[in-house]
Design a binder for this molecule. Structure first.
Ligand SMILES: C[C@@]1(CC(=O)O)C2=NC(=C\c3[nH]c(c(CCC(=O)O)c3CC(=O)O)Cc3[nH]c(c(CC(=O)O)c3CCC(=O)O)/C=C3\N/C(=C\2)[C@@H](CCC(=O)O)[C@]3(C)CC(=O)O)/[C@H]1CCC(=O)O
Ligand SMILES: NC(=O)c1ccc[n+]([C@@H]2O[C@H](COP(=O)([O-])OP(=O)(O)OC[C@H]3O[C@@H](n4cnc5c(N)ncnc54)[C@H](O)[C@@H]3O)[C@@H](O)[C@H]2O)c1
Length: 194
């Protein structure tokens, strides 16, 4: 069977510069998911025209900038990541090519073979964040697993994180002793009831 070789990372998009090219339905979907998880993401959306819904969403997020123009290579200056989602295949291919030449991470929405990275389904419970990918095989499955986990993971998992964060500051000893202590107090979570 083909392996999933993707390596997930959690990116500080509020400290990076993200470019989205294309302000239509797909641009709106990608921007919505990005802002849902990262409301202060630094994003510029460049597009010939914009869906009104996308304009309304951008107005609620001061770190989102909209620029009305056709894409050209200069738009890739000072970016860390790029998402291309125009309705012009040639432009999307051009974005992919030009971004790759600059060693930028590029995603051409809904086009797995043109992506250096995929956007995933995301579950957020306070400080706990879980990202889901099906290796690009079934976004619908990623969405359903996201909905399932949102339902079954309790909201107060965040309390555990905060409590353990406090507790860990009180433990004395070397690194091994601390790890042992943290494992001791959380053991009940994984020991199944007999
Ligand atoms: C997770 C999520 C995040 C997000 O969008 O931010 C996401 N797609 C979502 C939903 C969704 N997208 C589509 C449908 C319609 C049903 C369907 O086709 O299944 C639905 C479901 C719905 O809307 O109900 C259309 C679609 N998408 C892709 C293709 C091409 C293909 O599959 O080959 C097609 C067909 C286009 C066509 O037919 O022309 C490809 C990609 N979509 C990905 C991410 C990446 C892989 C993620 C992974 O590894 O699993 C990848 C590879 C690239 C990328 O875009 O990053 C978000 C759910 C968020 C959530 O709800 O939590
Ligand atoms: N809508 C969907 O649910 C869906 C699903 C799967 C695939 N797709 C595909 O994804 C692509 C985008 O779909 P969409 O629904 O977002 O299209 P759309 O027409 O709603 O939006 C495309 C956007 O790209 C912009 N654009 C076009 N050329 C540009 C350029 N040179 N520079 C900058 N901006 C430019 C347009 O101004 C427009 O805002 C299409 O190829 C479509 O076939 C769409």
């Amino acid at each position: 069977m083909e392996r999933n070789e993707l390596y997930p990372i959690f990116v500080k998009v509020h400290e990076l510069n993200v470019l989205i090219v294309g302000g239509g339905n797909v641009g709106l979907e990608k921007l919505s998911f990005l802002l849902k998880s990262s409301p202060n993401a630094n994003v510029e959306v460049i597009s010939i025209d914009f869906l009104q819904e996308l304009v309304d969403l951008a107005e609620k997020h001061p770190t989102v900038k909209l620029t009305q123009k056709a894409y050209d290579i200069s738009d890739l200056e000072k970016r860390h990541m790029v998402i291309g989602c125009t309705d012009n295949l040639d432009v999307n291919l051009q974005i992919n090519r030009e971004a790759k030449a600059k060693y930028l991470l590029v995603n051409i929405a809904d086009t797995p073979d043109q992506c250096d990275y995929y956007l995933g389904g995301i579950v957020t419970k306070g400080h706990v964040k879980i990202a889901i990918s099906t290796n690009g095989k079934s976004p619908t499955t990623a969405k359903r697993i996201r909905q399932f986990l949102e339902d079954v993971i309790p909201e107060d998992v965040n309390e555990m994180v905060l409590n353990l964060n406090e507790f860990r500051k009180t433990i004395k000893g070397n690194f091994e002793e601390k790890v042992e202590k943290m494992n001791q107090v959380t053991r009940a979570l994984v020991n199944k009831k007999k």
